[in-house]
Write a protein of this length. Structure first.
Length: 369
C-alpha cells in the first residue's frame, strides 16, 4: 500500500467519476467551506458533500482582480477557483454552504453568490452558554430546511442518526490514525497521516473511506515504523498547502496535527439523544480562533502535547489571516511559559518564494530543541 500524492491523484479521479455518475442520476452535490458545517445533514438529505477550500496558488492572481492582495491566500484561492471555473467540484456543485468564520470569507461569499447560490451560516463567535447554543441550533435548523427544499428529500431523525454514526466512525478512525504516532517509534509520517485522513477520494462513499482508513491502520502496524526524530505538533491554519508540512519533515517528524482536518474537528456526536442538538453541541466545541475566548484550542493542544510527547510546536498562519495571527501571540506564550515547550510561528502564503527562508528557520528551531 502506498500513501502518497500519486495514490491520492488516482482515487480522487475515481471519486470524481463516481460523483458525476451519481449527479447524472439526480443526486445533488453540495459544496462546503468549513468544518463547522455538519456534513451529516447533507448526507441525510441524500446529497454529496464536497470540500471547496482553495489550495492552488495559480488562481490567486485571478482572484486579485476582485479581491485585495493583502487577503488570506485560502480565501483568494477559493474565490479564484470559482472565478476561473477550474475546480470541477465547484463547477458541479448545486449549492454552497459557507460559515461566518472571518470577515474576509464573509465578504468574499457575497460576491461568490453571484456565481453560485450560497447559504451563509451565522456562527456565534462567543460559543459558551445556552444562548450561543440556541443561536447555532437555530442556524442548523435553517440549514436543514434549506437542504430538504433544495435536495428534495426529507431529513428524518433516523437518517440523520445513521449519518452521525458513519461520521463518528470516521472521527474515531481519524483519532486512531494519529494515535499511531503516540509511541516512541512513530508508524506514519505527518504527510502520510494527512493523506490518510483526507476524505477527498471518497466524498461520495463514506463506507469506502472507512474501509480505506482501516486498511491504513493495518498497513502502519505491519511495517517497521519510522525512524524517530524530533516530534513536532503542527497547529494553526488549515494545511491546504503542504509546503510547511513538507519542509518540517525534512528535519523532524510531524507527529500530530491540530489543524482543520486534523484532531481539532474530531468531536464525537451523541448518537442517542436529539440529533440536531447533538450536532450543534459537537460543532460548537471546535477550537477555532474565530471563537472568543478560544479556550478549547488551548485545552486540546495541552492534551496532545502530553499524550504525543511533543518536542516542539509549529504554528502555521497564512498571511493576512488575522484570527490565527493574533491568537498566535497568546498561544505561543501559553505553550512556552506554561507548558515549557519550544514554539515557533511561521507566517506564509501559498507561493514557493519563501521556502528557503522557512527551511532555515525550521532547521534552526529543530536544532534548538
Amino acid at each position: 500500500m502506498k500513501i502518497d500524492d500519486s495514490y491520492m491523484d488516482k482515487i480522487e479521479q475515481e471519486a470524481f467519476t463516481r460523483t458525476m455518475d451519481k449527479r447524472e442520476q439526480g443526486i445533488k452535490v453540495v459544496g462546503v467551506y468549513c468544518a463547522f458545517t455538519p456534513k451529516e445533514l447533507i448526507v441525510a438529505a441524500g446529497g454529496i458533500p464536497v470540500g471547496l477550500c482553495g489550495s492552488s496558488s495559480e488562481v490567486i492572481p485571478i482572484a486579485e482582480q476582485h479581491l485585495p492582495r493583502n487577503l488570506c491566500p485560502l480565501v483568494k484561492s477559493s474565490y479564484g477557483l470559482a472565478l476561473s471555473d477550474t475546480c470541477p467540484y465547484f463547477h458541479y456543485s448545486d449549492l454552497l454552504i459557507a460559515d461566518d468564520t472571518c470577515e474576509g470569507k464573509r465578504k468574499m461569499y457575497e460576491i461568490l453568490s453571484e456565481i453560485k447560490p450560497v447559504h451563509l451560516l451565522a456562527l456565534p463567535h462567543i460559543a459558551d452558554g445556552e444562548q450561543a447554543f440556541k443561536q447555532w441550533l437555530n442556524e442548523l435548523y435553517r440549514l436543514r430546511a434549506l437542504l430538504e427544499k433544495e435536495l428534495g428529500n426529507e431529513i428524518t431523525d433516523d437518517s440523520l442518526r445513521d449519518a452521525i454514526r458513519q461520521y463518528n466512525r470516521v472521527r474515531t478512525l481519524t483519532t486512531s490514525i494519529f494515535a499511531l504516532n503516540k509511541g516512541d517509534i512513530p508508524l506514519l509520517t505527518g504527510r502520510e497521516a494527512s493523506i490518510a485522513v483526507d476524505p477527498i477520494g471518497f466524498l461520495d462513499d463514506l463506507p469506502a473511506f472507512i474501509e480505506r482508513m482501516e486498511q491504513v491502520i493495518e498497513f502502519a502496524h505491519a511495517r517497521s515504523g519510522i525512524e524517530p526524530r524530533h516530534r513536532i505538533l503542527l497547529t494553526g491554519c488549515p494545511t491546504t498547502s503542504k509546503k510547511v508540512l513538507d519542509i518540517i519533515e525534512e528535519s523532524a517528524l510531524v507527529i500530530a496535527m491540530e489543524n482543520c482536518g486534523g484532531l481539532k474537528t474530531v468531536n464525537m456526536v451523541d448518537e442517542e439523544g436529539d440529533p440536531m442538538e447533538a450536532l450543534a453541541r459537537a460543532t460548537l466545541k471546535i477550537g477555532c480562533p474565530c471563537i472568543s475566548p478560544n479556550h478549547r484550542r488551548f485545552e486540546l493542544l495541552s492534551k496532545i502535547i502530553k499524550e504525543y510527547k511533543i518536542d516542539g510546536v509549529v504554528d502555521l498562519t497564512w498571511q493576512a489571516c488575522h484570527p490565527f495571527n493574533i491568537e498566535s501571540y497568546s498561544l505561543g506564550r501559553f505553550i512556552r511559559n506554561e507548558l515549557g515547550i519550544p514554539f515557533m510561528q511561521i507566517e506564509t502564503d501559498y507561493s514557493e518564494n519563501d521556502k528557503s527562508w522557512i527551511k532555515v528557520r525550521v532547521e534552526a528551531f529543530v536544532e534548538m530543541i
